[in-house]
Design a protein around this ligand. Structure first.
Ligand code: C2E
Ligand code: CA
Ligand code: CA
Length: 531
């Protein structure tokens, strides 16, 4: 009987220590996330402010063609989706880079930035005032000036990362409390205080702009990530911790949510690579393949990426998923590719991968020592999603190229970056979107776009791959224009490993003189240096 307190006391002390540690780790993580979000948001606003100031006083009054050209150049510098306009002393926009200035409704009052002559406010555009924009305005002494409109979501990082939990809520808020943008990484969560459990919160205020970033991880998310321990941290008591453990287990089993389901599926290797052949339409040979993910559920049901990729990206599960795919592709194709150095292997990366150089180490770790050479790898970055930090993306790309891999801009002509991404990112390959290939033989206007894309690739010395090629007529047209690479249903859909391997053996000759280049890294200067 007297022994009980002697046993229980150290257990309680140990648990309290663990709980305390967990609490401080969570706080540190969330502080880090808030600061990272602020860093990215501020750098985006800095770009916009620099573009405005760079326009200079002398352009302020007129709407001449030269001024409009300057406005266009400024909006291209800041990125697609932004509008630059001249404002008069009453604050009305009198002309814009592309046609009429947009009509805006003020959502929050204007507040000055601390170290520049720019002011920030939140506005909405459109009939139903549906789209929220950030308005950055610069004024000269005579009251004339420029404004730039940036879609709110564009200043927010595409992906928010925490080692501690994938689920949190982040918002950018003006000093007056008006919400600029809000992001929830796990749609199954609602509010930070939506559960009775305490949330971990952090705030990072900008030194320059009249705004701050708030980040919160709901108590529920922490319990999902760390079970009873965290609950115990907040409630205290060994018995309660045991009860909480039991509840978390039961609840967790019953309603893990889609993110948890995906998390478990990655561990169970349910995400598998399919391989779509890429054909050299001049020689008729197999040039390689693109890896396209499929979710094969335990009951055998095949789920296409359109159903889960967005959630994987928003929740961060895309990171372990991409690594698992690279490992699986390495294991599927190592031997066949080792004997055929002419074959290429392409992976899709999403915008968030280009915010962090970690992907470069991952690629190196996965493929070094494998039979697949770095020079056989290609990484695709889609133009459909905005890249948050162009200089950082350029650095990641340069580092992948320094390993020997190539980088492609995917879905060219459909998205945010367009020509500006081609100019800034230093990619090696352009992938022409299916939309333009579809137009071959139908729409004269779009064929002109195909022609100019071919010309652009030539002028920029980039390889071009046409996607979604479905008819012989399209193949002939593309070949006639000098396009060398194509993929699409006319050749093959994405194939499971077993079928693709048969195709490789049937179509791609083994190199007799297997002069295998060392898998080591290229040690020259990083291309696109200065990034
Ligand atoms: P994407 O990268 O543009 O891939 C091409 C898509 O077009 C694939 O759809 C492919 O199956 C489809 N396709 C190829 N040839 C034809 C054709 O001739 N006709 C038609 N109608 N479609 C064709 P899928 O596999 O459903 O993938 C959709 C998108 O999901 C991909 O578009 C890519 O953005 C994303 N995705 C797929 N796998 C991954 C991945 O591992 N990681 C990431 N981040 N995204 C992926
Ligand atoms: Ca792709
Ligand atoms: Ca594509």
């Amino acid at each position: 009987m007297t022994a009980a307190p002697i046993v229980v006391a150290p257990v309680i002390a140990l648990n309290a220590l663990l709980a305390f540690n967990l609490g401080t780790t969570a706080q540190r993580e969330i502080d880090g996330v808030a600061n990272e979000v602020l860093r990215i948001t501020t750098s985006r606003l800095d770009d916009a402010a620099t573009a405005l100031i760079g326009l200079g006083m002398e352009n302020a009054h007129d709407c001449s063609p030269a001024s409009r050209a300057a406005l266009s150049a400024a909006s291209a510098r800041v990125g697609a989706g932004s509008e630059v306009a001249v404002v008069d002393p009453t604050g009305a926009a009198i002309c814009a880079a592309q046609g009429e200035p947009r009509v805006v409704t003020q959502v929050s009052p204007e507040h000055g930035a601390l170290d520049a002559d720019v002011a920030l406010s939140v506005v909405s555009i459109g009939a139903a005032s549906s789209q929220q924009m950030i308005r950055l305005q610069w004024r000269g002494d005579d009251g004339y000036g420029f404004r730039i409109l940036i879609p709110s979501e564009d200043v927010f990082p595409y992906f928010l990362k925490s080692e501690f939990t994938p689920a949190f809520l982040a918002e950018a808020v003006m000093v007056d409390g008006a919400v600029i943008a809000r992001k929830l990484t796990d749609p199954s969560l609602t509010k930070p205080d939506g559960s009775r459990l305490p949330a971990v919160k952090a705030t990072a205020a900008s030194q320059r702009y009249p705004m701050r970033i708030n980040v919160a991880t709901p108590g529920r998310a922490l319990v999902e990530a760390h079970g009873a321990l965290f609950l115990y941290a907040n409630i205290g008591g060994f018995v309660l911790a045991l009860v909480a453990a039991a509840i978390a287990l039961i609840v967790g089993r019953r309603s893990g949510g889609p993110v948890r389901e995906m998390h478990d599926a990655i561990r169970n290797r349910e995400f598998v690579p399919y391989y779509q052949p890429v054909i050299d339409i001049v020689s008729g040979r197999l040039a390689g393949c693109e890896v396209l993910v499929r979710w094969i559920k335990p009951d055998g049901k095949l789920v296409p990426p359109g159903r889960f990729i967005s959630l994987a990206e928003a929740s961060g599960e895309i990171f372990p998923m991409t690594l698992a795919l690279m490992e699986a592709a390495r294991d599927d194709l190592g031997e066949l590719y080792g004997e055929r150095s002419q074959l290429k292997l392409g992976f899709n990366l999403f915008a968030g991968h280009f915010d962090d150089v970690a992907i470069v180490d991952d690629v190196e770790r996965i493929f070094e020592g494998s039979q697949i050479r770095m020079t056989q790898l290609m990484f695709e970055v889609t133009e459909r999603q905005p890249l948050q930090d162009i200089p950082r993306a350029r650095l990641v790309i340069a580092k992948l190229q320094a390993l020997g891999a190539r980088v492609a801009l995917d879905d060219v002509g459909t998205g945010h970056g367009g020509l500006s991404y081609l100019l800034k990112l230093g990619v090696d390959v352009m992938k022409m979107d299916k939309m333009f290939v579809d137009a071959i033989g139908t729409d004269r206007y779009s064929v002109a776009i195909v022609d100019s894309m071919v010309k652009l690739a030539e002028d920029m010395n980039l390889d071009l791959i046409a996607e979604g090629v479905e008819t012989i007529e399209q193949v002939e047209y593309l070949r006639g224009k000098g396009v060398r690479m194509a993929q699409g249903y006319v050749f093959a859909p994405p194939l499971p490993a077993s079928s693709f391997k048969l195709l490789v053996e049937a179509m791609a000759p083994i190199e007799r003189r297997a002069k295998r280049a060392p898998a080591g890294r290229y040690v020259g200067a990083i291309r696109a240096a200065g990034a």
